[in-house]
Design a protein around this ligand. Structure first.
Ligand SMILES: [Mg+2]
Length: 315
């Protein structure tokens, strides 16, 4: 499998996870398996909880806005990403994270809004930047570990003032980079952790340890640490894209985001052919803030290819 295929696996895999997990958000553990007991039976992309079958949520919508900014600006233009987020938030998305909404609608400049939120709330380590990180992870992978992790921190900081969220998203960027190279990202966790800021390293080492189980989480999985830990756990304890996603959604809680993160990793590892066709057929990404566009599989494939090989990389 080549890099371009793995990139498609990551981008589509994350979007599929988001759409597959959305109907189970805030539900109990085991709900997915109880509704769909037989793996591979088909029909799992069924919608529910206000979501149409195959409809991706804010996770993928924000991810696509980042992707389009990177491609149209020829690199990381943080004020542009922030402005796209604001247009998206103002265009009535079906779902938006509480913290993200607060930051984007404060009326503060791009480089002040998240910090102001963090100062006033002191709680900003949600998974709301981790959930949207697959496209930027694909785009910056070629630049190497330090560069991709730094880009992750800067994009995260647009909405999340807590450095814990920066580091979690940075780890995810590096895991995707390793997977795109054709290496099992779980084999390189020590190297990735070594580049995490020392203040945050131990907490991530705990949730990424092979002995850790999501039931040991000390926060709801809407927080960045257990969300990332759960995604890595789902990848580690299964042997296919489909079963990784089933395991992730069966944890309950913030199922769309845990599945989006898991799906990005598992898609990069197993590739696009491992994603059930039954799940990609109905996949669609309504994109508030874009003049009413909806992306489907062909558009997501094109986006993935462009992120790996930008069509006009003169910037
Ligand atoms: Mg969502």
């Amino acid at each position: 499998m080549n890099l371009a295929q793995r990139a498609i696996g990551a981008i589509v895999g994350s979007a599929v996870g988001d759409a597959l997990g959305a109907p189970f958000e805030f539900g109990p553990a085991g709900a997915f398996s109880s509704r769909f007991p037989v793996p591979g039976a088909g029909g799992e992309m069924a919608g529910g909880g206000g979501w149409d079958a195959g409809e991706a949520t804010d996770d993928t919508q924000m991810a696509v806005h980042i992707a389009e900014s990177l491609l149209e600006r020829g690199g990381l233009d943080l004020p542009d990403v922030f402005a796209r987020f604001q247009r998206w938030a103002a265009d009535d998305p079906k779902d938006i994270g509480l913290q993200t909404e607060d930051v984007l609608t404060r009326g503060l400049p791009w480089n002040q809004a998240a910090t102001a939120h963090y100062r006033s709330s002191l709680r900003a380590a949600g998974n709301g930047a981790l959930m949207r990180a697959t496209p930027s992870a694909v785009y910056f992978a070629h630049a190497g570990r330090q560069a991709t992790m730094d880009a992750a921190r800067r994009i995260t900081a647009l909405t999340h003032g807590d450095p814990a969220a920066w580091e979690g998203t940075a780890i995810f960027h590096d895991l995707i980079r390793i997977a795109l190279n054709g290496t099992n990202p779980l084999d390189e966790l020590p190297q990735t952790l070594a580049t995490v800021h020392p203040d945050h390293r131990q907490r991530y080492a705990t949730v990424l340890d092979p002995a850790w189980h999501p039931s040991q989480a000390t926060e709801f999985n809407g927080a960045v640490w257990p969300c990332l830990g759960s995604a890595v756990w789902a990848l580690r304890t299964t042997h296919s894209y489909e079963n990784a996603l089933r395991a992730a959604i069966d944890l309950g809680g913030d199922t769309d985001t845990v599945a989006a993160v898991t799906g990005g990793l598992a898609g990069a590892v197993y590739g696009p052919l491992a994603i059930p066709a039954d799940w990609t057929e109905l996949l669609h990404v309504p994109l508030p803030g874009s003049g009413g566009r909806t992306l489907r599989l062909p558009e997501l494939h094109a986006l993935s290819r462009d992120l790996v090989e930008p069509p006009h990389a003169e910037g």
